[in-house]
Design a protein around this ligand. Sequence first.
Ligand code: ARG
Length: 448
Amino acid sequence: MKLWETSDSLSSDKLVEQFTASEDVLLDEQLWAYDILGSLAHSEMLYQIGILSRPERDQVCVALSALMNEEVHVTPADEDIHTKLENMLVELIGDAGKKIHTARSRNDQVLVALRLYTKVWLLEIADLLLALAKECAQFAKRNEGQPMPGYTHTRAAMLSSVGLWASSLSECLLDDLDLLEAAYALVDQNPLGAAAGYGVPLAIDRELTTQLLGFARTQNNTLAVMNSRGKHEFAVLSALSCILLDLNRFASDLILFSAGEYGFFELPPEYCTGSSIMPHKRNPDVLELLRARSARVLSMLTQQAIILKGLTSGYHRDLQETKRPLFDALSTTHASLQILTPLIAGLRVNKKNLDSAITPELFAVDEVLERVQAGVALRDAYRQVKERLNQLKRRDSVKALKARSHAGGPGNLRLPELDQKIAFLQNLWSKRRQGFDEAQTRLLRLGT
Ligand code: ARG
């Protein structure tokens, strides 16, 4: 039975069921545990305000906890996971189950499940991102003084180092983590109690469910709650897109720099694939897919925005369609971060090739600035060097790198500070994760 089905029922046409629910129920299955957690908190609150009796509350919580371990299959005829849950509860405990939906709507119910689900993924993604940032920082440390050409327009520009290149990814990822943190804060608000978007004429205790569910705060205005569906997802996807843009760039660098023509790095063989016809090939498929997956997440970001464009205030079924891009982007980002860390750990540096790629032209600016230090005006020094380009000489790279000692230059990467920052953030995010896990454990204890 659908929740709205009565004897004078609205259409339950099979085609309508398929059209409205066949894709969504599959995604819903991933929300099962979170829908149960939301329902546990809601039941406790209903008990505290006198809607459920103590025995009813106990019955509901025990049944919900038992359902947590059940492998659920939702069909289009069930309409959604929320209907399935209520129907299963009624089947298990009868009348007490019929009270669970008091003072809530599927509109706020789905939001609770989605936010908990998103929080779990974001906590994992933050963890993986920091592990990758750390791996890159360690790689940078091992190769801090190894000279490497720096490129602009894909053409040799100035002297750089493997340390500068590798730790640039760490620092970019930490910027992305700031965005992720902001998105996490949006998602870390309790939507429960907004009901259909307009509150309910009952003295529900929203602060209680906020605390029970481990949310940082209650999202206040009930209509703002509804209107934030999809927009919060958009903020999450923006942060994920930034992560993937960084991974995309790094993958492109690696594909190029590990090609025979450059030969700066050697990819770990177990992260390469072969060719069915050319026996000599070692292909960087992992890195290429990583690039394409970043395109996928960017397209999901666009999808999210377009679904919202033109909607009026309040819930619309359109919003259901924001689920798929969110789930896809979360799992794609997770997998992309996960695979890059061991790949970098196994990356081999070819010192010989790097050293021989250090050509005299990379020191043209050094030559200009040396003249400037001797008192020549920059523009004159530039012209003097340009007129004698063929006389440029390779310089001592180690010394030249050391001379770039200003903040953030290849001679002063401040890797210890980077290490410290990563360790601080690892601690912060793992505390956050611990707090969330504890809230979940406490909720499940309601059913024992
Ligand atoms: N599957 C729906 C969604 O994701 C659940 C909420 C349904 N609400 C409604 N009023 N039809 O949005």
